[in-house]
Design a protein around this ligand. Sequence first.
Ligand SMILES: NC(=O)C1=CN([C@@H]2O[C@H](COP(=O)(O)OP(=O)(O)OC[C@H]3O[C@@H](n4cnc5c(N)ncnc54)[C@H](OP(=O)(O)O)[C@@H]3O)[C@@H](O)[C@H]2O)C=CC1
Ligand SMILES: O=C1O[C@H](COP(=O)(O)O)[C@@H](O)[C@H](O)[C@H]1O
Length: 495
Amino acid sequence: METQQKALFIIFGGTGDLAKRKLYPSLFKLFEKGFLNENFAVIGTARRPWTDDFYRNVVTESLVGVSGDKTKIADFASHFYYQSHDVTDVAHYITLKKLADDLDAKYQIEGNRMFYLAMSPQFFGTIATHLGSQNLVTKNGFNRLIIEKPFGRDFESAKKLNDEIANTFDESQIFRIDHYLGKEMIQNIPAIRFGNIITQTLWNNKYIDNIQLTLSESLGVEERGGYYETSGAMRDMFQNHIMQVVSLLTMDMPKEFVASEIRKEKLKALEAIRILKPEEVDANFIRGQYGANKAGTEKAYRDEEQIAPDSMMETFIAGRLMIDNERWSGVPVYVRSGKRLVEKNTEINIVFKNVEKNIFGTSDEHEHLGKDVLTITIEPDERFRLTINTKEIGQGFNTNKTNLDYVNSPETKANTPEAYEKLLLDALNGIAINFAHWNEVAKAWNVADVILNSWHNNDDDKTIFPNYLSGSMGPEASAKLLTDDGNYWIYNPEK
Ligand SMILES: NC(=O)C1=CN([C@@H]2O[C@H](COP(=O)(O)OP(=O)(O)OC[C@H]3O[C@@H](n4cnc5c(N)ncnc54)[C@H](OP(=O)(O)O)[C@@H]3O)[C@@H](O)[C@H]2O)C=CC1
Ligand SMILES: O=C1O[C@H](COP(=O)(O)O)[C@@H](O)[C@H](O)[C@H]1O
């Protein structure tokens, strides 16, 4: 891996929330660690008529709590330039090109450009088109387009967007951000699966009973109501983060640990996910929307700002995915995600099958042997836990469950690069492992579209929502999805 890169970043949406909260702090960390040095510059662009100085102050303020090294921060901020620019106005790209070329010469960047689209997706196609037609894409260096989610709102719109972008950038130049792929414990999945003979041997339908994935949030939609009303949990969490994690959990072993091979296997895994028929949706996927909490101190979704009082947008989803291939046939993959649940917790549970014969007791006592579970907690803790049967201490012979635990210490966590920092560095180095390929995005939409269409074709009955209390673990139907199969959610903070 290169230790230092030359690059000009052009950040569209440079005045926005994502840029201030994630991108500037992450770029600073890369600068501080020496991955970016003298040969880099940033152009921030948005409509607000800011000066370079004002912009540099904004960047400096975004680093409060990130570093106390004023000299380093001042040096970093001096690499930032601002251009007021409406992305729909072609003339602006001419000015932008001039500034980009001047900075390229000033910082000896040799044509390397990172275009970061930190803006509403409605502009992605327009920006990519103008970058090509107005020659902002250079001939001498690398050119990479980093795109934020959401990538479309269904397969059709995603394809249209992809086609537009593909007129200027080829797939190897496009880095579709899914910040879950930058998380430490998600990046750990291939290491756990393919670096250990135990897990490698057991990771199939002979030994695994079911897989569970929970992405639970305690917060509501906060100030993002406008966006969330166009999205909902299915588009916000399932189509991207959940499908990406499921593909990492279920893919076959790649021939080599390189993007092309990993993507090949992830795609095969996504292709094997059964696409439901419309009449199968209700038995396999459920949706929910939060009401107020018991005490009435938390608002219902429909009472939040920018939300329609009869909104039919889902803030919770739970589902059963079936994978039609030799490795996973018969193993349900249960997924759920929701807002205003009991607590923030992102967790994977791999539930193993019971031993074929319990030699320790009669059939009545058989229940004493619970199923082994491998739990990978992504957030807020970073933890591996293997729950196995052991002998209870003392006289006689009873079994009970024991947890073998490993948790990353607070110090380790504090020193672990944040997802955006890791992903930005990967993109800078042209490493595509942790970015979603178009084919993966397309397959994920194929799975999600049927469910969304079935739900939203049945939106006439507005009384089905709200159907869960803020501070609960979602609608009762979420538990039933598993109990119908003789299973239960391993992660259950309501117990
Ligand atoms: N914020 C977050 O935590 C996350 C955001 N994302 C995604 O990142 C993207 C950006 O989100 P976020 O930063 O929150 O959004 P914001 O609304 O905070 O920022 C939008 C940016 O776009 C600029 N803008 C809007 N219209 C134009 C225009 N016509 N021409 C030029 N600039 C324009 C705005 O600046 P101005 O008004 O000055 O023009 C602003 O800088 C979205 O795709 C979002 O889904 C993804 C994950 C998390
Ligand atoms: O992409 C998104 O993710 C966050 C949850 O991310 P996490 O890293 O905190 O688990 C979610 O709140 C947001 O609605 C969604 O857009």
